[in-house]
Design a protein around this ligand. Structure first.
Ligand SMILES: Cc1cc2nc3c(=O)[nH]c(=O)nc-3n(C[C@H](O)[C@H](O)[C@H](O)COP(=O)(O)O)c2cc1C
Length: 212
């Protein structure tokens, strides 16, 4: 075994107090997200998204958060991908943000629904044309014989839509994660981290501190 026990770091950057956390977790998310964004990280919207397959096995992958409001958190993908199939069978997901520079993590658990096709159209057409064509070229998560096949598919759709608007594929769009639980974690010295959990009960958010 490669022993990594000596790699350790103390977390000392800040404290999180359940008394001064916002009453609504979205406000707390917004405050933390804006602080993180102002620190100019390379990709501020990166998050890990977990879904569960039909056998109960959890899967995770990085996606980009494309918007949030009091309805939920939005990402875009291929509905026929692995995650799309999981969400079709079990419309629940967990989002995870880890901001090491600030020694913070945020977890979100919630139910998932597709956003409207109009909203998806708006976002799809705001993307670079090549990304729109990429959505047509890639049968996301399905086997591919080789790289050339992908490039040939890209060339084929580029030719097909030359001089025209690239339409939104039926199998592509956005999901909204509607949070039921959110947790904010701030690293603390001696592993005495601060954790504040919000849970929704009958439409009302309640917060409490958790042991680290
Ligand atoms: C930085 C980064 C951003 C990504 N953003 C997205 C995204 O917004 N949507 C997406 O479908 N895949 C995105 N991916 C690719 C996914 O991680 C994943 O490979 C893909 O969605 C297929 O996942 P699945 O097979 O579990 O469905 C991104 C990957 C990285 C590393």
């Amino acid at each position: 075994m490669l022993n990594l026990a000596d790699i350790r770091k103390e977390y000392t950057q800040g404290r999180l107090d359940e008394q001064t956390c916002a009453d609504h977790p979205l406000m707390q998310f917004h405050a933390w997200f804006e602080q993180y964004r102002e620190s100019n990280p390379p990709e501020p919207t990166i998050m890990t998204v977990a879904t569960v397959d039909a056998s109960g096995c959890p899967w995770q992958r990085i996606l980009l958060l494309k918007g949030y409001d009091d309805e939920g958190f939005i990402f875009f993908t291929n509905f026929e991908s692995n995650k799309g199939q999981h969400l079709n069978d079990n419309a629940q997901a967990s989002l995870h943000f880890f901001w090491i520079e600030m020694e913070r993590q945020i977890q979100i658990q919630g139910t998932v629904e597709k956003i409207s096709r109009e909203e998806a159209e708006r976002y799809f057409h705001s993307r670079p044309r090549e990304s729109q064509l990429g959505a047509w070229a890639s049968a996301q998560s399905r086997p591919l014989d080789n790289r050339q096949q992908l490039e040939d598919q890209f060339a084929q759709v580029s030719q097909q839509y030359e001089g025209q608007e690239v339409p939104l594929p039926d199998y592509w769009g956005g999901y909204r994660v509607k949070p039921q639980r959110m947790e904010f974690w701030q690293g603390g010295a001696h592993r005495l981290h601060d954790r504040v959990e919000y849970q929704q009960h009958d439409g009302q958010w309640q917060k409490q501190r958790l042991n680290p």
